[in-house]
Design a protein around this ligand. Structure first.
Ligand SMILES: [Zn+2]
Length: 293
């Protein structure tokens, strides 16, 4: 795609990010590779809902400004790391999708197989450990995670999605936030059931062959599970007492993933017969489940 059309597309997708509430104020940044191999990116401190062509810069692969005014986005290193790690990637979008970010704050993983069409097209979404925004550390964590995934959540911060073009990177971001929204609604209703492991494995292998994905994962498409995390393959759905599971036990309405499952009242009392009051036993059992006991 020539530079003129790519610039038009970038402005359009920036507006869509704001309209779809995937970011606010000066949040987020977009980039895409030009035919020359240089990078078209948004400048630092611009509102994506009001973005114009003047807010775009061309930088080389080391981040040096070649054309345009202002400084490039402070998170440029993260974008450059994606192009470095994945020769198939030609567009990168970073935004702060609210429900997905809330999942990272609540320590609930999105590296789970819940919706079939998402497993088919996107696989699972890992969360990169926290690092300061704009730091080389953050770029390193994204570089690592993006090798085997097209979408990555950044702990307490946002999401990074990639694709062969801006449309695909944008669709991946929308899919992440939509999945988070549906999963949250299910959790609010009592729990999100995961796909059976065999079905998740089948869907992912189909998806990698049909829609492609990270080259590392596509090369392993015949392996059972390919790029699905171990946790998914061993998961027995929402009935699982695995504390890393996606939802609370169905009999618990509390949307909090505890370190260990909260015992029943009988279990709590049996575990602490020496405690005098019922209240003491329950408090001790809950604290222990939260990892503070
Ligand atoms: Zn950010």
């Amino acid at each position: 795609m020539n530079e003129h059309r790519l610039r038009q597309e970038m402005v359009r997708f920036a507006h869509l990010l704001y309209e779809r509430r995937l970011l606010v104020a000066m949040d987020g940044n977009l980039s895409a590779l030009l035919p020359s191999g240089d990078v078209l990116c948004t400048r630092a401190g611009c509102h994506k809902g009001l973005l114009t062509d003047d807010d775009l810069l061309v930088v080389d692969r080391s981040g040096r400004v070649l054309r345009g005014s202002g400084r490039p986005t402070s998170e440029l290193q993260m974008h450059l790391a994606c192009y470095e790690a994945r020769p198939d990637v030609r567009a990168v979008i970073h935004a702060h999708p609210p429900v997905s970010v809330a999942f990272t704050l609540a320590n609930v993983s999105m590296a789970r197989c819940v919706l079939p069409e998402v497993v088919l097209t996107l696989g699972t979404v890992p969360t990169a450990p926290y690092a300061t925004t704009g730091s080389a550390d953050l770029a390193d964590r994204v570089r690592e995670a993006i090798r085997a995934h097209d979408a990555v959540l950044l702990d307490r911060h946002g999401a990074v999605t990639v694709g062969p073009d801006l449309l695909t990177a944008f669709c991946n971001l929308e899919t992440v936030e939509h999945t988070a929204t549906i999963t949250k609604a299910a959790r609010d209703l009592g729990g999100a059931r995961e796909l059976p492991a065999e079905e998740a494995v089948r869907l992912r292998a189909m998806g990698l062959k049909r829609y492609g994905g990270p080259p590392e994962a596509v090369a392993r498409a015949d392996d059972p599970g390919a790029d699905l995390p171990e946790a998914c393959l061993a998961c027995s759905g929402c009935a699982s007492r695995d504390p890393g599971g996606i939802g609370p036990r169905l009999d618990l309405k509390m949307a909090r993933v505890t370190e260990r499952p909260i015992p029943t009242l009988g279990e709590a009392l049996a575990a602490a017969p020496e405690r005098r009051s019922l209240e003491d036993a329950v408090v001790a059992a809950v604290l222990e489940s939260l990892g503070g006991g």
